[in-house]
Design a protein around this ligand. Structure first.
Ligand code: PMT
Length: 409
């Protein structure tokens, strides 16, 4: 998908700092972000924060220009900003901003932009619970909804004012995913059930220790989010990670390779596409002691048994499902990916070099991979955010399926 131009309106509330995280989350999903801050927002966060994050000038006032020419140019800037962006996201949308939008007030740059804006509008309210529940706010929201604005409701939790209730700005990752779903009108995965595995597994050594690996789950969660945005039913089987569940995805938590195996096998028949991103432990301790192992001065040896190879097992039994494995390699990534493609009877392997530390592979927000396919193609996907890479992997999965069907008919 082409980069989506988004204008982010930041209102004056304590949650303004979270708008910086939202700008980042939108950029990770392939958006360009231009920021407009109200005067009140600038009391909470410096415009420089957004300028540094987005690499773009931040609009802070209607008439900030000095010379007559600049004033003239800036007087139509809200129209230019409205025309060059596809989405206006306002976060935090304060009670005052919502009231202004609902009543068509145009007292500053952001509210003027709102009136001039003809693309999608996503409003993300955040305020104290009493203000949120006040009939004036609720009536303003009803007006805005009726006109077609999309609202990302605030979450419940502890608020900056010390009370607990509804009013906290929705999680920035959730807002960004919502924006992408609102924009991505491709429903090319509708009717598909995509089974994704993500994260590491944890193999216990005793009740307090385990063997695991560096997988954060980001790559797998990105595939799940991207597939759901394009209309798929998604079952995400995840090892222990700290990521929030993507909206609209059925999340199954597991700890060990054996639990992941059982969960995958119990959902396998429902799946039309299987994407095995998880970094499954290859070995485990078969007999885990019931009590914590005591430290001694002696060398400790562990005898480990292989875990079930879930991907290979699916490869042995799959019917007309499309099977995609990953290969995390520290060298010869394409050759190893091709070897695993054959030995595990996959349709595609996503080769991922994980040896270097320049911001790809495990834990990072970005990745750079090579796809090898059953049809003999080798397709490098250059450095991009994991969310963008996830979308590209799905594009290639759909192309591959067409090619496989064509070759069978
Ligand atoms: O989670 P992140 O921090 O975002 O990092 C992403 C990633 C680097 C983990 C991901 O991009 C990746 O490369 N995943 C595969 C990790 C891996 O375990 O690779 P492998 O080459 O050891 O395994 C090959 C394939 O077999 C994988 O699809 C794996 O899920 C599968 N496997 C492995 C062992 C096993 N017992 N069962 C399996 O199904």
């Amino acid at each position: 998908m082409e980069p989506v131009p988004v204008v982010l309106g930041v209102g004056g509330g304590i949650a303004a700092y979270k708008a910086a995280e939202l700008a980042r989350a939108l950029m990770e999903r392939g958006c360009t972000v231009e920021t407009v801050m109200t005067a009140a927002a600038q009391e909470f966060v410096q415009p420089l924060t957004f300028a540094a994050l987005t690499g773009r000038k931040v609009i802070t006032s209607m008439f900030g220009a000095r010379t007559a020419d600049e004033v003239l140019a800036s007087s139509v800037e809200h129209i230019a900003v409205a025309q060059r962006n596809r989405v206006l996201v306002v976060a935090p949308a304060t009670a005052n901003l919502l009231a202004g939008f609902a009543h068509g007030l145009a007292g500053d740059f952001l509210s003027t932009l709102y009136l001039a804006f003809q693309g999608r509008v996503v409003l993300c309210p955040a305020m104290n619970t009493a203000m949120w529940e006040h009939p004036a706010t609720q009536e303003n929201l009803a007006t805005l909804r009726r006109r077609g604005d999309l609202i990302v409701d605030p979450e419940a939790g502890e608020l900056a004012c010390g009370t607990v209730g509804v009013g906290r700005l929705a999680d920035p990752q959730r807002i960004a995913a919502f924006v992408m779903r609102a924009l991505d009108d491709r429903r090319d995965l509708e009717g598909e059930t995509v089974l994704v595995t993500a994260g590491p597994t944890r193999e216990p050594l005793d009740p307090v220790r385990f063997i695991s690996n560096r997988s954060s789950g980001k790559m797998g969660y990105a595939v799940a989010e991207a597939a759901a945005a394009r209309g798929a039913r998604v079952i995400l089987i995840s090892g222990p990670v700290t990521l929030p569940a993507p909206d609209g995805v059925t999340l199954v938590h597991v700890q060990t390779a054996r639990e992941m195996y059982d969960a995958v096998m119990s959902h396998l028949d429902e799946a039309t596409i299987i994407v095995k991103t998880a970094a499954v432990a290859d070995y485990h301790l078969a007999d885990v002691p019931p009590q914590k192992v005591k430290k001694t001065a002696m060398r400790l040896s562990l005898e480990l048994d292989p875990t079930p190879d879930i991907l290979a097992e699916i490869g042995r039994h799959k019917h007309d499902q499309l099977l995609v494995g990953f290969a995390a390699e520290t060298e010869n990534v394409t050759a190893e990916a091709r070897r695993k493609l054959k030995s595990k009877n996959c349709d595609m392997i996503v080769g991922n070099l994980v040896s270097h530390s320049d911001g790809v592979g495990f834990e990072s927000d970005n990745n750079e991979v090579v796809l090898v396919t059953r049809t003999g193609e080798t397709i490098p996907l250059p450095l991009a955010s994991k969310l963008v890479i996830a979308g590209q992997i799905l594009d290639h999965i759909l192309k591959l399926r067409l090619a496989l069907h064509a070759s069978q008919s």
